[in-house]
Design a protein around this ligand. Structure first.
Ligand code: HEC
Ligand code: HEC
Ligand code: HEC
Ligand code: HEC
Length: 125
């Protein structure tokens, strides 16, 4: 009898855990860091599609799950006004495009590599 109770509790914990992981990330994200001159429009990211094939920490590369429940925004560390190595635009372009290019080389299914409109659907919003 007792064993059943333990089993039920264990299953409930497991289901709760899976649910909280599922809830901890958005389906879609619109990346819009409000650059002052707005040369290109915001970038929609199918977050769920990506997270189903790519590890969270591949993109959220500084995230320590045991320390915080959700990752920090990229812009907290990569600044929009920084045009150097660590600048925000460069960080995004490098992360998004490098992965797509690598996959393309391997002949795998991937996203846009260089074509601007593949990620920036409109010039302005
Ligand atoms: C392909 C890259 C990529 C992968 C893989 C990915 N994310 Fe994200 N995620 C992003 C980007 C980009 C944003 C927008 C971040 C920003 O605005 O600074 C984001 C936003 C988020 C947000 C919202 C943060 C906020 O403050 O608005 C959460 C939560 C999140 N991701 C969790 C996860 C979890 C959990 C996983 C793994 C299951 C994951 N992400 C996988 C790129 C990714
Ligand atoms: C807590 C701070 C922090 C957050 C949050 C963060 N980064 Fe970084 N990132 C860094 C630091 C520091 C470096 C440089 C050191 C290194 O290479 O690890 C870096 C390096 C990078 C690089 C390599 C740059 C190069 O020239 O090789 C890319 C690409 C990148 N980040 C993209 C992102 C993206 C995209 C996000 C959001 C999904 C993000 N980072 C979130 C701190 C952060
Ligand atoms: C580590 C690898 C990786 C990174 C990083 C990555 N992607 Fe992708 N991306 C993929 C893969 C794999 C696919 C194809 C998924 C599929 O169709 O099954 C894809 C598909 C796409 C597509 C086409 C499908 C769709 O969502 O409409 C877009 C657009 C896209 N990515 C945008 C982005 C943006 C913007 C970023 C950076 C914030 C990014 N990707 C970062 C691997 C990556
Ligand atoms: C793989 C996806 C991807 C491709 C392809 C891409 N970008 Fe981006 N780009 C992004 C992401 C993500 C951001 C961050 C969005 C933001 O902050 O508004 C960004 C930001 C920018 C910004 C700074 C934001 C602004 O509105 O001023 C400029 C400028 C830009 N991209 C130009 C280009 C140009 C030009 C091309 C084509 C040669 C291009 N991008 C192709 C993903 C991409």
């Amino acid at each position: 009898m007792k064993r059943w109770l333990y089993l039920i509790i264990a299953v409930a914990f497991l289901a709760g855990g899976i649910l909280s992981i599922a809830l901890a990330q958005p389906d879609k994200v619109t990346i819009d860091n409000k650059y002052p001159n707005k040369l290109k429009g915001p970038v929609p990211l199918s977050h769920k599609l990506h997270a189903s094939t790519v590890a969270c920490t591949k993109c959220h590369h500084t995230w320590k799950k045991e320390e915080r429940q959700t990752p920090q925004k990229c812009a907290e560390c990569h600044k929009a006004d920084d045009t150097g190595e660590k600048g925000l635009k460069r960080a995004y372009h490098k992360q998004c495009q490098d992965c797509h290019k690598d996959l393309e080389k391997q002949g795998k299914k991937t996203g846009p590599t260089v074509k601007c409109s593949g990620c920036h659907p409109s010039k302005t919003d």
